[in-house]
Design a protein around this ligand. Structure first.
Ligand code: OKP
Ligand code: ZN
Length: 365
């Protein structure tokens, strides 16, 4: 299997995120993608490819051009006025009720106001290298799609920063551009056919759901921690099934805490049946490994063999598959779990010999 990797992800490295008002070390760290790269490099079943530049057109096919423009100039504008803050975070967010009944807010000239206009949480900081890294992640994703358009049946992209929380017109949830949604739109246009998206990250991909909510030709199916208890809290309920022409093309499967391998695979069957019935030209997988039992910020109980099985079940759809990285925060086993998922998809045997035993947190390296 070919996979696409770009070292520019290393440029995106905010030191902290703010959770429940408390600044803590960032969970979404550069070492995540490095751990994946190393695991794949050490296995002959995988060969690396460099991304190619795809420009901004595929991004604005999905996102508000204002979001692209903001992210492009955010660091320079912030630095011009604010020298003491190491990363850009909002302190005042454009909550929808603030201007209820009063129309849109004028464009703000304040860099602190601007980030509150485009960002909806306190966990998605911007540093100098965030924009080039986020652009590189989109190129990684689109180049992975190109491998499929060129005839490969399976291809994987080490997309970092991740993307599935970014809606059309804002960013959040460690995500800036929605790599998977941009890729699905690109594939829909190139093939002229239907695209199915399977989101197996622990978190609901609210951005992807929002972008395709009214689309008949793009199916979004997600298994995730129930939003009653899990980020992103406000989206991802089973009752959300799409709207307008897209009625029935959104499938949410929210799951309880402690979800184990057997429970997960049983529910995956529901999503795979829907994807099979949809008769897509291509499947785009948002691959999160934060469903892992040792993940430091999530509450599922999956083990490594489950990833191998899930990869095999997705490949059994017998449809070309673009696999793009989203989350996964237990860094010591992240690369190995991704490798097993992809080996399952390839029909290669499960290989647990490279999983080192290690401590209880994702921070140990
Ligand atoms: C990105 B991806 C809320 C904590 C949630 C942000 C999680 C972003 C996950 N109290 N933190 O889907 O893995
Ligand atoms: Zn996640």
């Amino acid at each position: 299997m070919r996979y696409v990797y770009d070292p520019r992800h290393l440029l995106h490295n905010p030191a902290t995120e703010v959770q429940a008002g408390i600044p803590i070390p960032m969970f979404e760290v550069p070492e995540r993608a490095e751990s994946i790269r190393r695991a794949l490099e050490a296995d002959d079943a995988f060969t690396t490819s460099d991304p190619t530049e795809h420009g901004t057109e595929p991004i604005t096919a999905v996102h508000d051009p204002g979001l692209l423009g903001y992210l492009e100039s955010a660091w320079t504008e912030w630095r011009r006025q604010i020298q003491h803050a190491p990363a850009i975070f909002p302190d005042t967010v454009l909550h929808p009720t603030v201007r209820e009944g009063m129309g849109d807010a004028p464009v703000t000239r304040s860099p602190v106001g601007a980030v509150g206009r485009w960002c909806w949480d306190t966990m998605t900081g911007i540093v100098q290298g965030t924009y080039p890294a986020a652009r590189a992640a989109v190129d990684v994703a689109l180049t992975t799609a190109d491998l499929i358009l060129g005839g490969d049946r399976l291809a994987y992209g080490v997309a970092r920063p991740p993307g599935h929380h970014a809606p059309r017109g804002s960013f959040g949830g460690y995500c800036y551009f929605n790599n998977a949604a941009i890729t699905a739109e690109y594939l829909a246009r190139r093939t002229g056919g239907r695209v199915a998206m399977l989101d197996v990250d622990y978190h609901h991909g609210n951005g992807t759901q929002q972008i395709f909510y009214e689309r008949e030709d793009v199916l979004y199916a997600s298994l995730h921690g129930h939003p009653d208890r899990a980020f992103p809290y406000f989206v991802g309920f089973a009752e959300e099934r799409g709207a307008g022409a897209g009625e029935g093309t959104t499938l949410n499967i929210p799951l309880p805490a402690g979800c184990d391998d057997a429970t997960y695979v049983a529910h995956l069957g529901t999503a795979l049946d829907a994807i099979g019935d949809f008769q897509a030209e291509v499947v785009v997988v948002s691959l999160g490994i934060d469903t892992y039992g040792q993940d430091p910020i999530c509450d599922f109980a999956l083990t490594t063999p489950a990833y191998h099985e899930v990869g095999a079940l997705v490949a059994a759809l017998d449809c070309p598959v673009v696999i793009l990285q989203e989350g996964g925060y237990f860094v010591p086993h992240l690369g190995e779990n991704v490798r097993q998922w992809l080996r399952g998809a390839l029909g290669e045997p499960l290989d647990l010999t490279r999983l080192s035993p290690c401590g209880p947190t994702g921070r140990s390296g």
